[in-house]
Write a protein that binds this ligand. Sequence first.
Ligand SMILES: [Zn+2]
Length: 67
Amino acid sequence: MAKASCPQCKAKTASSAHVCPACGFPLTPPQPVRHRQWPTKKENMSGFSKALLLIGGVFAALLFLTD
Ligand SMILES: [Zn+2]
């Protein structure tokens, strides 16, 4: 079991402890707000270009057929 020490009073604390048992100092920093996992730029771009190609193809087909 990993041990940690309080950054304030240097008392040995269990790593699972949320606050220092000696001084009450909060040991776990506030969890950062988890952002949604966005698709990577590459995936995003490939999806975007796919949609663009699809729309472009539909428009081209429509123009070709109507004219
Ligand atoms: Zn402490």
